[in-house]
Design a protein around this ligand. Sequence first.
Ligand SMILES: [Zn+2]
Length: 134
Amino acid sequence: MSLARHWRLQNQRYRLMGMRCEDCGARMIGRRFVCTRCKSRELQPCYLKGQGAVYSYTVVYDAPSGYEGMVPYPAALVRLDEGPLVAAQLTDVDIEEVYVGMPVEMVTRRLREYGEDGLIVYGYKFRPRLKDQL
Ligand SMILES: [Zn+2]
C-alpha cells in the first residue's frame, strides 16, 4: 500500500463521527438518537471536520491513572466549526500559549499506555492550526 493511501485510510479511521439533524441542521458529536436542540429523531450520521477554536481551557496537574506521565497538560473545550463542543487534551502547544479563541484542529495521538507489554490507546487531541490552513 502506498504511503499516501495509508494516510488517507488513517485519516478516515480517526475522523470525528457525528450526527446531523434533518429538521434543524444542528450537528452533534458521537452517536445520538434525539437532536439536542429540537428533540427531532430525524438524525443522519455525518463526519465533522475536526476544526474549531478553544472555547475554554484548564491545566491538568492531577491526572487520572495512566496519564500521570503527561502532567501538567492543557485540556480544553473546543467549539467545532460545525457547532458542537468537545472536551479534549491539547497537544503540540505550550501551556502559556493557549488562549480562548485559538484555532485548533484534531489530530490522532497516543492517549495512554498499559504496562510494559504496551497496549496503547490512540485517540484524538487538538493542536494549534497551522497558519497556512487558516
Ligand atoms: Zn434538530
